[in-house]
Design a protein around this ligand. Structure first.
Ligand code: MCA
Ligand code: AMP
Length: 493
């Protein structure tokens, strides 16, 4: 593994994660039946905020080895959002790297949880026997936005994570000689499973950047050393813009290096055909587009070998069952749009402490994705995504955000009487979060003011990028805000 904190072998990762586990277990140690001192976090949640690095991976694996549930936190989040995740997950331990220490130590104190730094956990604790981990034990909670309330924790077990990784290792031919360039955030499935999880499963080399950076990414892709790369469409858009702006000699070096990779992938949001084509012109690679979701891992993918069709997300991955149904749950015929439902060992167990929402997310054992798709004749059974069943889900920069959650926060702004948040199509970001607001009498509000205020309360990807002041929000006869009309206000800008 190659990262900002050094170059490490798998033996060193094994040793470091054992030290992390021992530190986490210190204080919980008990006698095992065989007389050895041991312990088990017994599914206690451990929230951790560690930039992409060897330390991050050691902490993740250390939490697992101690019998805990890993709750990755987002580096970009303001404290209000971090506090929500720490409290909602009921974390009893919080681990932070030096950069995030100041914020987290305060949050941990108010939430009454134990606080440790990466330095503390990597130092190790007394030698203890590590617990036996049954595959059905919960391993991870990743937070995701939905159409109801605040973000929900998606619980996966070791077996589910294993199934998600195994499907991708098989489909994409992961091998020990691979070298992954990992630029994705590590609080979402794309980075955690498709990147880190697959590379580690086959003991490949994993090169981790602490954050996505266009120049460094190009330099590494151009090195000729990388074999696998996966990113969201916004990242490809930014890489293309940098290539376009570079001098001819640099372009040639970048293109020649990128050509040597064996696999480049895109996902988390629709890949515009124009981006696919430009990337092919620049690097010779037809990006392998796939479709997934936090709750299910990856479900559909274009083939490793064979034709990758622009605009289509491919066929079911190994072990994944997919169907399209109408509103009554009846399977629809070819060429008819339906809601995508998924079943199989890679599907999540539950939303953390939300039994009602978990029940509502399934129909007859199938997970209801909320995505609408179609299988057209002559495409070899490949799926085309058409949109979502809810207008209140926005995808921006590959992050899923809930319009309703943002509206709820904006309504607490002193100048805002009422508001509606929509996603406005955007070539770079997929969609841009935009807000139409009715102001309180006599109040004024600029986009700058709103953004400054919102940044303290919301993750950067949820902060409105567009603002429209309206006298009255357009509503239909039922009194419901007409979101498409609102989106239209921004599209005309
Ligand atoms: C940031 N900016 C934005 C947005 N985000 N503007 C519009 N819309 C946005 N969403 C602005 C910032 O305010 C800033 O402007 C400027 O862009 C640069 O911000 P910065 O944060 O530096 O941007 P960045 O770091 O370049 O972020 C872009 C990014 C990031 C790296 C593409 O969005 C990202 O990491 N996306 C990956 C998401 C991901 O991993 N999704 C997986 C989840 P100013 O300077 O004026 O403030 S989905 C998943 O896991 C499922 C299972 C799946 O299928 O994969
Ligand atoms: P998340 O909930 O953050 O895991 O995001 C999952 C959602 O991202 C899915 O429900 C889709 O709406 C969207 N998504 C993922 N991959 C693709 C893709 N290749 N094309 C279009 N949308 C995608």
């Amino acid at each position: 593994m190659v990262a900002v904190d050094g170059t490490f072998t798998y033996a060193q990762l094994d040793d470091a994660s054992r030290r992390v586990a021992a530190t986490l277990l210190a204080g919980t140690a008990r006698q095992d039946p065989d007389g050895q001192p041991g312990g088990d976090l017994l599914e206690a949640r451990v929230a951790f905020l560690v930039a992409g690095s060897f330390a991050h991976v050691a902490v993740q694996r250390g939490i697992w080895r101690a019998g805990g549930v890993a709750v990755p936190l987002a580096l970009s989040y303001p404290s209000a959002e971090l506090e929500y995740v720490i409290r909602d997950s009921g974390a009893s331990i919080v681990v932070a790297d030096p950069v995030s220490e100041a914020v987290l130590v305060t949050l941990a104190a108010t939430a009454g949880t134990r606080f440790l730094t990466t330095k503390d956990v990597l130092a190790g604790g007394p030698v203890v026997a590590l617990p036996f981990l049954g595959a059905t034990r919960p391993a991870m909670i990743v937070y995701t936005s939905g159409t109801t309330g605040r973000p929900k924790g998606v619980v996966t077990t070791h077996a589910i994570i294993g199934a998600q990784v195994a499907a991708l290792v098989e489909a994409w031919g992961w091998r020990p000689s691979d070298r992954l360039l990992l630029v994705l955030p590590l609080h979402h499935v794309h980075g955690i499973i498709n990147g880190l999880g697959c590379a580690l499963a086959v003991r490949a080399t994993c090169e981790i950047l602490p954050a996505f950076d266009v120049a460094t990414t190009w330099a590494r892709l151009a090195s000729g050393e990388i074999t696998v790369f996966t990113a969201v469409p916004t990242m490809y858009h930014k890489l293309i813009a940098a290539w376009d702006a570079a001098p001819a000699g640099v372009r040639r070096t970048w293109s020649d290096g990128a050509r040597t990779l064996r696999l480049m992938m895109s996902g988390s949001a629709a890949l515009p055909v124009r981006t696919l084509e430009r990337w092919r012109e620049i690097t010779g690679h037809t990006l392998l587009e796939r479709y997934g979701m936090t709750e299910i891992g990856m479900a559909l993918a274009n083939p490793l070998e064979g034709e990758r069709r622009p605009g289509l997300v491919g066929t079911p991955l190994p072990g994944v069952e997919v169907r399209l149904v109408d509103e009554q749950g009846a399977v629809v015929p070819q060429d008819t749009a339906g809601e995508l439902e998924v079943r199989g060992p890679a599907v999540f167990r539950e939303y953390w402490q939300r039994p009602e929402e978990t029940r509502a997310a399934f129909r007859d054992g199938w997970f209801r994705t909320g995505d609408v798709a179609v299988v057209e004749e002559g495409t070899g059974g490949a799926y085309r995504l058409l949109g979502r069943t809810s207008v209140d889900i926005i995808k921006t920069g590959g992050f899923k955000v809930s319009a309703l959650e943002i509206e709820e926060v904006l309504r607490s702004h002193p100048a805002i009487a009422e508001c509606a948040v929509v996603g406005v199509p955007d070539a770079e970001w997929g969609e841009r979060v935009s807000a139409a607001v009715e102001l309180r009498q006599g109040a004024t509000l600029s986009l700058d003011d709103l953004q400054r205020w919102a940044k303290a309360r919301l993750a950067p990807c949820k902060v409105p990028r567009g603002l429209h002041i309206v006298d009255l929000l357009p509503k239909n006869a039922m009194g419901k805000v007409m979101k498409p009309v609102i989106a239209g206000l921004f599209s005309c800008e």
